[in-house]
Design a protein around this ligand. Structure first.
Ligand SMILES: CC(C)(COP(=O)(O)OP(=O)(O)OC[C@H]1O[C@@H](n2cnc3c(N)ncnc32)[C@H](O)[C@@H]1O)[C@@H](O)C(=O)NCCC(=O)NCCS
Ligand SMILES: Nc1ncnc2c1ncn2[C@@H]1O[C@H](COP(=O)(O)OP(=O)(O)OP(=O)(O)O)[C@@H](O)[C@H]1O
Length: 396
């Protein structure tokens, strides 16, 4: 089951996107609707609200006077926090009940206005942020009958666009007309959401971009790493002793294959096997270890590791599970830190990759392109750097 979260500031267009996704086949769960359901008349949620805020927040008919309660909570952060403490756990419980009742092959989209504020992003396979300029949002809210002062209070009570972007994998800009939004939603559905759901259904992880090519350094790689690390931490907890961004995408300014490399240090590879099912539920699958030779270490036996990928076609990642303090585990960190610290190493590496990208995209060519990394005795030059900087390199 693919679990997608949809968020965005008030008036950005979440409900409009959710409706389009529903028409494309997604099963939508609307947190706003659930937040009304759990405080409906005669619910224990409403009783809890009345117990905290008093009967003056009820209408004569005994329902919640939402406008009255809004005037209290959007003028007092502590009061809002107390209301959220009543409503949010009940909304999440209902969302879990509904999700659990859906077929395993469903694509579930949860419309969660406060995704960033409530730290729920790592619990979803894909997080989408719907964004629109503040003034456009205010115009839309005004057209919907919300007065500007109230809309501004709510906007100020929410996370910023930057906060939402930080936790989301995709940003859907909704700053054109509805037809353009529909086009963008359909593209996202066809290009990413559906293939992602297919991969999950078949237990498949994307191994590499179609064409092996080196692209300019991209800041999105660091955010992609953070998102995957947060999902891994949620699955493995302290069993993932450390989770590091390694490889070329971890070195700012370096061209790299559009594949985020993550090293997950474990006490033993048996730990990985114990988490195999939970990792699969989160979209991480063991993939065959590349059939290509390990060009970096022609004379050194392949160090044991488990290689996993992630099922999201828009976030291709290689997860290298290695046991703590083994040569492979230490070298991945040393190589990254050497490239980060040594401008000449970066220049050599970029030049070699440029040559490779120009010449071919076969992995075997990679071996020659990595020549500059070996000293006369055939040892990776990172060792000399490590010795010079007091790094205990694993290969000495
Ligand atoms: C205060 C209440 C009664 C006002 O009801 P009203 O019908 O006016 O607004 P509604 O619930 O439809 O929310 C409309 C929009 O307001 C914004 N909003 C609602 N609650 C909050 C909040 N706690 N913090 C920031 N923004 C909020 C969201 O963008 C939401 O989409 C209601 O918003 C509420 O119960 N809020 C607390 C529960 C909550 O956090 N809900 C958000 C989804 S779980
Ligand atoms: N691209 C668009 N062009 C014109 N109107 C739009 C567009 N997108 C959304 N709207 C309108 O703007 C208003 C707000 O959109 P919507 O309800 O989807 O936002 P929302 O993020 O769900 O808001 P809330 O946080 O209040 O639930 C709605 O009336 C919607 O029809």
């Amino acid at each position: 089951m693919l679990k997608v979260a949809l968020t965005g500031g008030i008036g950005a267009g979440k409900s409009t996107v959710a409706k389009q996704l529903s028409e494309l086949g997604a099963r939508v769960i609307d947190a706003d609707a659930l937040s009304r359901e759990v405080v409906a008349p005669d619910t224990e949620g409403l009783a809890a609200v009345v117990s905290r805020f008093g009967p003056e927040v009820l209408t004569p008919e005994g329902a919640l006077d939402r406008a009255k309660l809004a005037s209290i909570v959007f003028n007092s952060p502590p009061a809002r926090a107390e209301l959220e403490a009543i409503v949010h756990p009940r909304v999440r419980a209902r969302a879990r009940e509904i999700t659990d009742s859906l077929p395993e092959d469903a694509i579930v989209v949860q419309d969660i206005p406060l995704l960033a504020e409530t730290g729920q992003a790592p619990g979803f396979h894909l997080n989408i942020d719907v964004e629109a300029p503040r003034e456009l949002r205010l115009e839309r809210l005004a057209a919907r009958g919300l007065d500007r002062a109230d809309a501004l209070r709510r906007i100020d009570a929410q996370a910023s666009d930057a906060d939402r972007r930080e936790v989301c994998d995709v940003v859907l800009y909704n700053d054109h007309d509805v037809h353009e939004l529909e086009r963008r939603v359909a593209l996202l559905w066809d290009e990413r959401i559906k293939p992602f759901a297919e991969n999950l259904r078949h237990g498949h992880a994307e191994r590499r971009p179609e064409k092996l090519q080196f692209v300019e350094s991209d800041p999105a790689w660091f955010r992609r790493f953070e998102h995957l690390a947060a999902r891994l931490r949620r699955v493995m907890g302290p069993s993932a002793v450390r989770i590091d961004h390694v490889g070329s995408t971890a070195v700012a300014g370096l061209p790299a294959k559009d594949v985020v490399d993550i090293q997950v240090t474990v006490v033993s590879l048996h730990v990985v096997d114990a988490f195999e099912e939970a990792l699969g539920d989160a979209g991480f699958y063991g993939t065959v270890t590349f059939d290509s030779p390990k060009p970096e270490f022609p004379d050194i036996a392949q160090w044991e590791k488990r290689l996993y990928g992630y099922a999201d076609p828009g976030n291709i990642a290689h997860l290298h599970f290695r046991s703590i303090d083994t040569p492979g585990q230490r070298f991945a960190l040393l190589f990254r830190d050497w490239l980060r610290a040594d401008p000449q190493a970066r220049a050599d590496y970029a030049q070699a990759k440029g040559v490779l990208a120009a010449r071919s995209d076969s992995v075997t060519d990679y071996a020659e392109a990595k020549e500059p990394w070996f000293d006369s005795e055939g040892w990776p030059r990172a060792n000399a750097w490590a010795a010079e900087h007091g790094w205990h390199a694993p290969l000495c």
